[in-house]
Design a protein around this ligand. Structure first.
Ligand code: NAD
Length: 298
């Protein structure tokens, strides 16, 4: 199997960055998102979400595109109008909201149009492959795997991959080799466990640091001074990293992990509710992708 064309579904924090990184390697890539309800009601550009994501990336520092010309390899679109075009694509990356039911609904749509032998992979942070496959066809299961990129996709070398019991060997090998050789990632094969390797450890660490900061009455800056460089995190520290990841993703990760962890798992107590973050999310302070987060947006 050869990968000559790609599509990324979901043009948020991760999907847009993954599409840019595929384009950096000289591979054409479609970037599709939803049609916003306001556009459906009042008219306007039906591909506005993906187009806005590309425009935003061209202004972002550190740059998702290695060269501005790479942006011309990314074709923005929307799932409602452009779904049939996925019939020509070799590898489809799903990077939509961390919700198994919404992902499952999308997989059924993809399976109706994609060509035989194409591969679909999920960028899920935490949801095991066996859960993502519930209710999907045997054919879909044979062509499905997890490719978990890290944020920001151009700069983070690690890529976790998960192969399901039914995933075709040649499909798994082809996508893993493409990510290694063409995209320059350090590909690590993981068992199909909640949060795989990095997020099983990393989100526990982040959540624990947040809980300690709240219980200890630390400021965001104090907590980040301790939990950043001295503990091997990027210089952003914990709260800065949550701004980068997206505040709204954190409760979805907690929900996903809690739904899959055994009742007696010690990790469970760490994933408690955070009323401050809930209030911020409700007001649009979702981090760098929103109006800012624990730190103001520059
Ligand atoms: P995000 O909220 O920034 O973007 C999600 C995008 O998906 C939005 O543009 C939204 O409009 C779109 N979308 C939602 N439902 C859709 C549907 N049914 N069809 C098409 N598009 C749809 O989310 P994100 O942070 O980019 O996360 C995407 C995935 O990547 C999640 O599974 C998440 O767990 C995973 N992930 C996130 C990070 C991170 O740092 N943010 C890192 C690794 C993995």
């Amino acid at each position: 199997m050869q990968i000559k064309s790609c599509a990324v579904i979901g043009s948020g924090v991760m999907g847009s960055g993954i599409a840019a990184h595929i384009a950096n390697a000289g591979i054409p890539v479609m970037l599709l998102d939803i049609v916003p309800q306001s556009v459906k009601d009042n008219g306007g550009d039906r591909s506005v979400v993906a187009k806005t994501a590309i425009e935003k990336m061209l202004k972002t520092d550190p740059a998702p595109f290695m060269h501005k010309k790479a942006a011309s390899l990314v074709t923005p679109g929307n799932l409602e109008d452009d779904l049939p075009k996925l019939a020509d694509v070799d590898w489809i990356v799903e990077a939509i909201v961390e919700n198994p039911a919404i992902k499952a609904d999308l997989y059924k749509k993809l399976d109706g149009v994609r060509k035989a032998g194409s591969v679909v992979s999920s960028n899920t942070s935490t949801i095991p492959l066996n859960i993502l496959l519930q209710g999907q066809s045997e054919r879909f299961a044979a062509d499905f795997m997890i490719t978990h990129f890290f944020n920001p996709p151009r700069y983070m070398r690690l890529l976790e991959v998960v192969k399901g019991e039914k995933t075709r060997d040649d499909a798994f090998q082809a996508v893993s080799a493409f990510c290694d050789v063409v995209l320059g990632k350090g590909v690590v094969r993981c068992k199909d466990t909640p949060g795989f390797i990095a997020n099983r450890i990393g989100t526990y660490f982040m959540q624990a640091a947040v809980n300690e900061a709240i219980d200890g009455g630390l400021t965001v800056e104090e907590a980040d001074a301790i939990s950043g460089k001295p503990m091997g995190l990027p210089k952003t520290g914990t709260f800065g990293l949550i701004d980068l990841v997206g505040l709204d993703l954190m409760p979805l990760i907690s929900k996903s992990l809690l739904s899959t962890l055994p009742q007696d798992d010690d990790y469970r107590r760490i994933y408690r509710d955070n009323p401050l973050a809930a209030k911020m999310i409700a007001e649009g302070y979702t981090g760098r992708k929103g109006k800012g987060g624990f730190y103001r947006q520059t």
